[in-house]
Design a protein around this ligand. Structure first.
Ligand SMILES: Cc1ncc(COP(=O)(O)O)c(C=O)c1O
Length: 205
């Protein structure tokens, strides 16, 4: 039996209910059809390090083991996992450059910082602002919360508008912004040439 409880799953209890359902299927197949299942694939869903906190992987392991023991006792089926982002996310840094800093009007309260990567060049998981990558600037000084947007002029190409990142007031065109924990679901999501922008280049060190 295989399942996936949802990526970047911060509620460890979802494995509890999935394992309980699997247990019912194991029992019914054995009782009604004489089929003895042998393995559970617990899927992915283990977290990477973004701004929103998640438990340590060791806590996931301890809790999920406890759920398995509760349902299957000492005769555990074979267990496999399919971790994705928890393995590779933290290894990636996406390097971007500021292409424009503006306010929408003379009296506009928010600064908009546009960078040369966006929803269509690897940052699609900012959709709904669900994944909040740590963003780092080398500039120092007074901070102000900004809207962060991509370069394509598509109205959807805004990474963070509700959750505003505090960035240095002296941030200027040409400065770099580093997006941490971007080793998963970024280069593979990058469009081949939307609005003329080339896909993300990737380097493996
Ligand atoms: C079937 C399957 N297994 C594993 C994964 C990896 O998931 P995660 O990155 O949440 O660990 C995915 C991700 O889409 C998947 O579809």
């Amino acid at each position: 039996m295989s399942f996936h409880v949802g990526s970047q799953q911060r509620d460890i209890g979802t494995w509890d209910s999935a394992i309980a359902k699997v247990k019912v299927i194991f029992e019914r197949l054995l009782e009604e059809d004489g089929i003895r299942l042998k393995m559970i694939n617990l899927g992915g869903g283990f977290p990477a390090n973004y701004l929103t906190r998640a438990n340590e992987l060791a806590t996931y392991a301890a809790e999920i083991t406890r759920y398995l023991r509760e349902d299957f006792g000492n005769e555990l089926p074979e267990i496999i996992l399919e971790p994705g982002r928890s393995l590779v996310s933290n290894a990636g840094v996406l390097v971007s450059e500021v292409v424009l800093v503006s306010r929408k009007s003379r009296t506009g309260l928010n600064r908009w910082v546009y960078v040369d990567v966006g929803k269509f060049s690897g940052l699609i998981e900012t959709m709904g602002e669900s994944i909040k990558y740590p963003v780092y600037s080398e500039k120092r000084g007074e901070l102000e919360e900004v809207v962060l947007a991509g370069p394509t002029c598509d109205s959807a190409d805004i990474m963070y508008e509700d959750f505003m990142y505090p960035l240095p007031l002296n941030l200027a065109i040409g400065d770099r912004l580093y997006w941490f924990s971007t080793g998963a679901y970024t280069t593979s999501y990058s469009a081949v040439e939307f609005n003329g922008f080339p896909p993300l280049k990737s380097y493996y060190i």
